[in-house]
Each structure stands twice: as C-alpha cells, then as structure tokens.
Design a protein around this ligand. Structure first.
Ligand code: ATP
Length: 260
C-alpha cells in the first residue's frame, strides 16, 4: 500500500429503524496520518468505538466516505493491514501466551503449527516484554500481562494500522501507566499507525500526537489538539507544565457545560 493515510469525510452512523433509531455520529470528518498515534477521547456513548471500527473498515457508516491509502477500507481489511486490540483480551483459556499470540497467524496462513508463525509470535512477545511468560496459560497471567498478549496477537499479523479500543480501561492505575510506557515504546519501534480510544485525559496526552475530542448526542469531533511534548516520553512528563496545560484544556472541553 503506497500511502496509508486514513481519510474519512461526512461520516454519519445511525443504528436502528427510522422511528426508534439513534444517530450516533453526525457528518464527521477526520484524517489520520500514516505512522501517527491518534486518540479519540470523549464521554461514554459518544461513538468512539463506532468511529474506530468505521476508520478501520470493520463497520460501514450509514453515509460518508472512508479511504485507506486512497482505497476502500475493505481492501486494507482483506490484506490484513488492520489489527484490533479490544477492551478485554479474550484469550483462549486452554492455550499458552505463545499459542494465543500466534493464533491469528496460524488461522490466516491455514497452517496449524507453522514455524514461521510461531517465530513471529515469539518476536512480538519479546516486543511486549513477555518472552519469559510464553508458556503460561491465561489464568496464570495478570491483567496487564493478558492485555500484552492481546497486543502481541494483533502485532503478530504485522498490520500497518492498529485499532485499540480502550485496552487499558480495566487495569489499575500503576499497571496502566506501565502499559502506556510500553505501548509508546512499541509504537516508536514498529512505526505502526495507532488509533486509540480512551476516556482518560492523561493517557491521551501521554500517548498521542493528536487527540480528537468528541462530544455526544450526536457524536462529533469538537476539537482536535496536537500534543507537542517531546518524545520519548516517560512518567516525568506528567509534571511538565505543558502537560498540565493540555490536561486543563481537555478537561474544560469534556466537562458538561453548566446550564444557565
Ligand atoms: N450495533 C449497535 N446497535 C445499536 N446501537 C449501537 C450499536 N453499537 C453502538 N451503539 C450505540 O451507539 C452509541 C455509541 O456507542 P459506542 O460504543 O461507539 O460509544 P463509546 O463512546 O465507545 O462508548 P464507551 O466509552 O461507553 O465504550 C451508544 O449509544 C450505543 O448504545
């Protein structure tokens, strides 16, 4: 694929029938530059997950156009250029970390135990910092470790674009910070385009090049903010004046307006 620019124009999404239906997204425009880290930040129900799936070609909008590298998103899906990391890891409980990480590749290649797929899974397990846990079963993994396997499973397919749907929402605050640092490293090392959904202001600032703030009823982008903090970023950046300024501005945008 020549350019992986994701471009979406006039995106509207309506669920349900005419009377009882709901317009979830309304005339939304967004572009995502190849190799960038882009976050969709907004309140519950504003349509972040819906927009994420539309951008990755996993859901068709009711109206509007999406293209990935100038081509229909279905092409990118067919060419396995899209990886998805869901909210919950959903690992197969009877398979080890390595087997879970190689699973999609084995399915894609049609070979149950190809050495090449296992090698790819070993490589990505190392990348997510789990090479020591390759033979553990899901019930032997912490929440953070399980989510790392889920990231490895998506990365093992070597997609150009990674869709991450609030992957760290269920983790405790410390583990979440650790996962954010690890993800920033993985992104820097692999050059993937990452579209990330979160409710967390600090997570959005820490990870992103660009934060799209969404409003609700109907879901739309109310502001796009470029995050100009230097990289690589470590936890110390939370104390940076620029960081707290971004956080203040984002909080203002997300706080419900007082009714006068
Ligand atoms: N398949 C579907 N059928 C009907 N309604 C849906 C469907 N998927 C999403 N919705 C509705 O669309 C709205 C937006 O959902 P979506 O999951 O995209 O929001 P979100 O911002 O990701 O929410 P959250 O942060 O709580 O996960 C919600 O009201 C939801 O009930």
């Amino acid at each position: 694929m020549e350019s992986r620019l994701i471009s979406a124009h006039g995106i509207s999404m309506r669920f349900g029938g005419k009377g009882a239906g709901q317009t979830v997204l309304d005339s939304l425009d967004i572009t995502v530059a190849p190799g960038s880290f882009v976050t969709l930040l907004g309140p519950s129900g504003c349509g972040k997950s819906t927009l994420l799936k539309i951008l990755g070609g996993l859901l068709s909008p009711t109206s509007g156009d999406v293209s990935i590298g100038g081509r229909p998103p279905a092409d990118a899906v067919r060419e396995r250029q899209i990886g998805l990391v869901p909210q919950r890891p959903a690992l197969l409980p009877w398979k080890t970390a390595l087997q879970n990480a190689s699973m999609l590749r084995h399915i894609a290649t049609g070979k149950r135990n190809s050495a090449e797929s296992t090698e790819a899974a070993e490589h990505v397990l190392k990348l997510v910092g789990l090479d020591g846990a390759r033979d553990k079963l899901p019930h032997q993994l912490s929440g953070g470790m399980a989510q790392r396997v889920s990231i490895a499973r998506a990365l093992a397919m070597d997609p150009a674009i990674l869709l991450m749907d609030e992957p760290f929402g269920a983790l405790d605050a410390i583990t979440r910070d650790e996962m954010n640092e690890k993800l920033a490293e993985i992104w820097a090392e692999t050059g993937k385009t990452i579209i990330f959904v979160t409710h967390s202001i600090s997570e959005a600032i820490f990870l992103s090049d660009t934060v799209h703030v969404m409003g609700v009823n109907p879901g739309r982008i109310i502001e796009t903010m470029e995050i100009a903090l230097e990289r690589p970023r470590t936890r110390e950046v939370f104390d940076d004046h620029a960081f707290t300024e971004y956080a203040r501005r984002l909080r203002e945008l997300l706080e419900p307006k007082a009714v006068v």
